[in-house]
Write a protein that binds this ligand. Structure first.
Ligand code: ADP
Ligand code: MG
Length: 432
């Protein structure tokens, strides 16, 4: 580093605010030749900023060392080309077209789409999408990247899974190329940082990230993050980063509701990678059994596809029965083998009433309780429909059966004695 610049830095450190110093001054590459001090900034925005806001201060500081030294400010072009090796491409499937919208994601979907459509004018900067694993954070973030690029291929979108960022920082520290890597990230018009929570506890990466963030933020470049929790909850994350994140738009993704899960299944089933024949009924059936997240829904579809492809039958139609077999270990086990006669016998014995009392019209208190309990357990331990249960209990209609189920459910939740009776009966039945 030229001595003139070294001296200049000392002076600037005292005369320029610290954030301005670290964002604009520190990354500069400076050389001196034949009475000219050449100052190279990482990109056009930085050159503009320097010329507008800092050139005068730099001149004054340099003049204190050598009055005759001329100053030239330019852009460090060849660095940008060299650094493309740091890039992680967007996944071609993660577009808005392939993203199903439902109550669980409609606000986040709408906001991210609006940001992508109005990149330079969006007031939502930074923007943070947070939620549990497999809920579509990466997909939504990348959809923004695709949309922005489709509108203008010249716009630079950088997708950075945080662990890639950490690795790039670590490597560049070893090779003393940290400024290159910063230049690369700072050249983004849209920076997508995936799983920011993983930066917790990595101090050096946080520090460098803070500078990159400030640079992009002050040059009005859009930043979108994803996080597995609200960023303010992350432990071992510097307060100054938390504060920055809290200033942005925080969007949460919830687990998709039943209909949305079914819609996602139908969409994915059509996809050429999966390409299996599901209808709404079967999609709803899978969706009602797999409730965790979208990634698990996809896992189920792949399993189903493998089953269909490798089963010996040609043109196997996917029915609920096929699904039960193919997804046996994913679908929550149902206890199907309990006989309704056993349920009635054991319930009657337990409450010292007769089996026929259970089907009678008697409204005596202890008989009503025994009857409702037997109905509740039948509903729980068999696959019988409400009307089929009704037939076995004195031809009652399905609304009466539903009422009994509700009554016992309340009691089991609120009355310890009833809960014990219920647990005991179930245990007896399971051990018959
Ligand atoms: P996260 O980043 O939250 O862990 P991903 O974005 O990786 O989750 O999503 C997991 C899988 O679920 C991906 O294959 C994605 O395409 C799919 N997915 C998630 N949400 C939706 C949705 N609303 N519509 C369609 N596919 C979705
Ligand atoms: Mg992700």
């Amino acid at each position: 580093m030229p001595t003139a610049w070294k001296n200049c830095l000392k002076i600037l450190k005292d005369t320029v605010p610290l954030t301005e110093y670290s964002v604009w001054i520190q990354p500069l590459k400076v050389s001196e030749k034949e009475g000219v001090l050449t100052i190279l900034a990482p990109n056009v925005s930085a050159v503009d900023y320097l010329k507008k806001n800092l050139k005068q201060k730099i001149k004054v500081a340099v003049a204190q060392y050598d009055k005759n030294l001329k100053i030239e400010i330019g852009i460090e072009t060849q660095k940008i080309k060299k650094n493309t090796k740091h890039a992680t491409p967007l996944f071609s499937e993660y577009t808005f077209d392939n993203l199903v919208m439902g109550t669980a994601n409609q606000i986040a979907y709408g906001a991210i789409r609006q940001i992508a459509e109005n990149l330079k004018k969006s007031p939502y900067n930074p923007c943070i999408i947070y939620g549990g694993s497999g809920l579509g954070k990466t997909h939504l973030m990348q959809a923004a990247g695709h949309l922005v690029k489709s509108q203008d291929p010249k716009i630079k979108v950088i997708y950075a899974p945080v662990m890639d960022f950490v690795r790039n920082i670590t490597t560049s520290l070893r090779h003393k190329t940290i400024e290159n890597i910063k230049t690369y990230y700072q050249s983004a018009d849209l920076l997508l940082v995936d799983d920011i929570h993983l930066i917790a506890g990595k101090e050096k990466s946080q520090e460098e990230f803070f500078h990159i963030f400030n640079f992009l933020f002050t040059t009005k470049k859009q930043i979108i993050f994803t996080c597995d929790q609200p960023p303010t909850n992350i432990r071992s994350l510097e307060d100054r980063l938390k504060t920055r994140f809290a200033q942005g738009l925080n969007l949460s993704l919830a687990p998709p509701e039943l209909e949305m899960r079914a819609a996602i299944l139908l969409k994915k089933a059509e996809n050429k990678i999966i390409n299996i024949n599901l209808n709404e009924d079967t999609a709803l059936y899978i969706a009602s059994n797999i409730t965790s997240n979208v990634r698990d829904l996809e896992g189920a579809l792949l399993k189903l596809k493998a089953f269909v492809n490798f089963s010996k039958q040609n043109n196997l139609i996917i029915t609920k029965e096929v699904i039960d077999i193919a997804l046996e270990d994913l679908i929550k086990p149902k206890i199907n083998n309990i006989d309704i006669n056993d349920i009635q016998k054991e319930s009657a014995k337990h409450y010292t009433v007769t089996v026929s009392d259970l089907s009678s019209q008697t409204r005596k208190h202890h008989i009503v309780l025994a009857r409702q309990m037997a109905i509740f357990i039948t509903h729980e331990m068999t696959n019988f429909s409400l009307s089929k249960i009704g037939k076995h209990f004195g031809n009652r209609d399905h609304s009466t059966i539903l009422h009994s189920i509700k009554k016992i459910k309340e009691k089991v939740e609120n009355d310890t004695e009833i809960r014990n009776e219920y647990e005991l009966l179930k245990l007896k039945l399971a051990n018959l």
